[in-house]
Design a protein around this ligand. Sequence first.
Ligand code: HEC
Length: 121
Amino acid sequence: MKNVFLLVSVIVPVLHAGSSAAAQANGQALFESRCGMCHGLTPAPGKMGPPLKGVVGRKLGAAAGYNYSDALKRSKTTWSTARLDAFLAAPGKAAPGTKMMVGVSAADQRAAIIAYLSSQK
Ligand code: HEC
């Protein structure tokens, strides 16, 4: 009986670490396929959107050198994960007047993308 508990206490943290690594890999793949045509992590030529490295916790509309819409530029708040989730679900609703037109309807995909962005400091 004791061994079972030992096994559980060893395996559960391993599984947990494994699943968050999987979610992160999934988030990266989703980011590249759903956002990558317009966003890089760092500034890159030909991207329509601002670079997103460090976006979680950053002020809205604050990547240096990017020409934001007034909707984001004028905001004084920062990107929390909750604010990002609302923005990605419906950009035009969360930030009326934004130039970003596409959202992600699946909540689990938004969560994976946000987890990935949170890891890119
Ligand atoms: C078709 C191009 C396009 C796609 C695809 C796109 N975006 Fe954007 N995104 C933009 C543009 C353009 C802006 C600037 C919006 C503005 O200034 O109003 C922006 C702004 C943002 C911002 C605000 C950044 C800041 O510095 O305040 C975030 C966060 C963001 N996008 C995340 C994403 C994520 C995550 C995805 C993928 C799920 C995505 N975007 C897909 C074009 C795109």
